[in-house]
Write a protein of this length. Structure first.
Length: 90
């Protein structure tokens, strides 16, 4: 058997690149999307847990319900002083 010429080697390499590069790029895109969706799922699970805790407290903790209602409406008990803080949005 003789040596493979540079031209034949280049052609074989080019064919392999044409065959395997598009699926590899697609795989990289799918992996990146998968990681992004995993982060989104984690964030949504955390938010769901927070909201479930909020719901539980609203259903069972009358003091919490009263505090939330007074905070939302700005109503104070007799003798209470309401302090509000304003944070700048950056």
């Amino acid at each position: 058997m003789g040596k493979i010429s540079f031209t034949k080697l280049f052609i074989i390499l080019a064919i392999l690149i044409v065959i395997f590069l598009p699926p590899l790029l697609k795989y990289q895109q799918v992996r990146a999307r998968s990681r992004k969706l995993d982060r989104q799922i984690k964030s949504l699970k955390k938010e769901t847990s927070r909201l479930e805790e909020e719901r539980r407290r609203l259903q069972t903790d009358i003091i919490y319900v009263e505090k939330r209602a007074r905070d939302k409406t700005g109503v104070a008990k007799k003798g209470e002083i309401i302090l509000k803080s304003y944070r700048s949005k950056r």
